[in-house]
Structure formats: structure tokens, C-alpha cells
Ligand binder design. Structure first.
Ligand SMILES: Cc1ncc(COP(=O)(O)O)c(C=O)c1O
Length: 371
């Protein structure tokens, strides 16, 4: 956190707020540490790039040793494929409509593409779109390990895999996302649920004669327990930046937080709250366990309410900040702050600033751009 406070002290006057700022040194450390963890535990690291949506950061992760990338929609896949990434896992239950199937085909010209899938209907639709037996396309069956989002029961993975294989699709393995690990104190238990679910699903595939080459696990909160026997790869995303929530949950130390939003106190009339120029349009609506949307690095208050463009800053124990003060806000969730930015300002210790474009402004905008 000291490095964030120093950076703001140095650059305060240069920020055109609100701006998403990343400390280059901390970013590189986070990338190297997760890669060392994966290497040391004999699992591949396939980072989820929805966190940063930056081909510059993707290149850093691949150069450090990542085996490929994970994405959550076709637009992310297209952006990174255009930058030369040739091994992509779309870990989302893609419904292969005609336009999406055409895009999958285009991707397959340059990419080894793995598609997540969790239903017999999606298998049928994939076959009906002529994607069976197509080179470079593989399926990874999603199983639910307790997050109750998408995914079949682990005991049903073998049946679905056999069905897909019988219809001419290549099945590479199984994956899960331990989303219930986000709750306070829940990460280790969720990771154990994940290991059990993946083991059951993998043996279900073996029972129907399919050897799972990919047994893929999440995620930043659970990574420390995710390299269990039988798991072949991990897909953390937010570890590149971390966020306040990870810190509160003991997943990272304050010094490992790489991203903050530079914000200005814009209104603080007598009797009125302190207002900053960061609302839901900048950081989204996610709150931490205390109901905060973000906190000022090193003390200085928390954002307790947000409108679209106004953030309500409660200074807490610290004296009120004068109007015009630029502050470093650590958002509760980094991904949503990035989602709303067009670029990341990457600060280096020597004072230089790089600008990394954020390549993706959301699936709906992407769809508009294509039409
Ligand atoms: C399927 C899947 N895999 C991996 C991740 C990465 O999780 P995290 O950002 O917590 O590391 C996510 C995040 O939402 C996900 O949905």
C-alpha cells in the first residue's frame, strides 16, 4: 500500500480523474509470483484475462510462462487472437447461435480453442452448426462444485462427455469455478469442494473411455489450495491486481494490490457528504463485507454509497479531505473498474507512465461494433 500512497503523492497533479492506475512493479511481481506457484506445483497457469482486458498484460503473462489464456466471451477471444494468442479457453457455456458459430470458425483458423459447455442442448447445437470434427476445437465439460452457477453435477460429467464424443465432438476434459470461495473464510473449503468435484468428474470421463487431459480449476481466492493432485491447470484472473476484498480475506497482503482508481473530492459543502468523482459508472456496484464499494489507500475513508457518477466518501477517523484533493481509491473489485476504463495508466518506480489500452468495453458494445 505504501507504493500506492507514494505514487499518488508523486503524480497527484498529473491524474485526469477518475483514472485506473496500475503500479507496474507490483503487477510484474504478481504475475511472477503466480507463475512460480504454478510451476512449483506442476500445474499449468491459464490466466483469466477478463480482469485486465489488456493485450499488453496478456503478453506479460504468456512471456512469464502461462500456457494460454482463459476468456469469458468471444470478443475477448477475438481481441487476444488478433494479438497472436493461439491457445484460448472460453470458460463460459457458449450458446452456438449462427453468428457465434461463424465467429468460432474464424477463430479456429489461428487458435486452438476450448469451449466450456454444460448441456446436451449445447452439444446438439454445436453439432447442428457443423462444428463436429472440426480441427482445433475441443470441449471442456463444466461441473458445479458448489457455486450453484453453471455446470452439471460431477456425477453427470461422464454421461455428457460420452454424448458429445458420440456426436463427433472432441472432449478435452472438465473444469469448474469455485465461486462460493468468495465469502469470508470460505476459500479453503470451496477449493476442497473443487478438488472433489473435479476428481469425480474426471473419473466419470474415464469410466466412459475418455481420458481427461484438462482438469481445470479457478481462481484467485482459492489458488493456494487449487494445485491438488489430478488438477492440471489453474485459471486465476484477478491476482494480477488483487483488490481490497482479497486483502480483507487474507488472500493477498496490502503491498500486493497493484490497482487503484485516482479520484478527486469534487464537492463537500457544509452539512453535505464528501463527494468524489467515482460512482457506479467507474467502479460498479460490488461491496465488501462491510458494505463498502472501495476504500482510500492507507486510511482516509471508504465509499459507502454510489450514484452513477457520484461516490459518497465517509472519511471515517481521518479529517475531511478538502475539495480538489486527489485520492487513491482501492475498489472492492478490480475487474469492474477496468471494465469501465478505456486505458490503464501504468506507473513505474522511475516516474514514467505507460498507457495500456483496455481492449474490451463489454459484450454488448462489442456486438454493436460488429453489426
Ligand atoms: C470460469 C472462471 N474461471 C476463472 C475465473 C477467475 O477468477 P478470479 O478472477 O477470482 O481469479 C472466473 C472469474 O469470474 C471465472 O468465471
Amino acid at each position: 500500500m505504501d507504493r500506492i500512497i507514494d505514487a499518488v503523492r508523486q503524480h497527484r497533479d498529473a491524474f485526469d480523474t477518475p483514472a485506473v492506475v496500475v503500479l507496474g512493479e507490483v503487477l510484474r511481481e504478481n504475475i511472477a509470483r503466480m507463475q512460480a506457484f504454478a510451476d512449483g506445483h506442476g500445474v499449468a497457469l491459464r490466466p483469466h484475462v477478463k480482469t485486465h482486458k489488456s493485450v499488453d498484460i496478456g503478453r506479460m503473462q504468456l512471456a512469464a510462462g502461462a500456457s494460454g489464456i482463459t476468456v469469458s466471451d468471444l470478443h475477448q477471444a477475438e481481441v487476444f487472437a488478433a494479438d497472436g494468442v493461439d491457445d484460448i479457453f472460453l470458460a463460459f457455456p457458449l450458446w452456438p447461435s449462427a453468428p457465434k458459430a461463424a465467429r468460432v470458425r474464424r477463430l479456429l483458423e489461428t487458435v486452438d480453442l476450448k469451449l466450456g459447455l454444460d448441456s446436451h442442448e449445447a452439444v446438439d447445437a454445436t453439432v447442428d452448426r457443423g462444428l463436429a470434427g472440426v480441427d482445433r476445437l475441443e470441449l471442456v465439460i463444466e461441473v458445479d462444485c458448489g457455486g450453484r452457477r453453471s455446470g452439471v453435477a460431477p456425477s453427470a460429467a461422464g454421461d455428457l462427455a460420452r454424448y458429445a464424443a458420440d456426436r463427433g465432438l472432441e472432449v478435452a476434459g472438465v473444469f469448474t469455478y469455485p465461486g462460493h470461495g468468495w465469502a469470508l473464510g470460505a476459500a479453503e473449503g470451496a477449493a476442497h469442494d473443487q478438488t472433489a468435484a473435479l476428481a469425480a468428474a474426471a473419473s466419470g470421463l474415464r469410466e466412459v473411455g475418455i481420458e481427461p487431459r484438462i482438469v481445470s480449476a479457478g481462481s484467485t481466492p482459492t489458488f493456494a489450495w487449487s494445485a491438488a493432485p489430478g488438477i492440471t491447470e489453474i485459471r486465476p484472473g484477478e491476482y494480477v491486481f488483487f483488490s481490497m476484498d482479497h486483502c480483507d480475506h487474507g488472500i493477498c497482503s496490502p503491498d500486493e494490490i497493484a490497482l487503484f482508481v485516482a479520484t478527486t473530492v469534487v464537492s463537500a459543502g457544509p452539512g453535505n457528504p464528501q463527494i468524489i468523482d467515482v460512482g457506479t459508472m467507474a467502479i460498479g456496484r460490488e461491496v465488501d463485507d462491510r458494505g463498502h464499494y472501495g476504500r482510500i489507500a492507507g486510511g482516509g475513508g471508504a465509499v459507502t454509497r454510489v450514484n452513477e457518477y457520484h461516490g459518497f466518501l465517509d472519511p471515517g477517523e481521518s479529517p475531511p479531505h478538502p475539495i480538489g484533493t486527489v485520492l487513491p481509491l482501492i475498489p472492492t473489485h478490480s475487474c469492474t473498474a477496468v471494465q469501465n476504463a478505456s486505458e490503464l495508466l501504468v506507473l513505474e518506480a522511475d516516474g514514467t507512465v505507460d498507457r495500456f489500452p483496455v481492449q474490451q468495453l463489454g459484450p454488448m458494445l462489442a456486438a454493436r461494433e460488429r453489426s
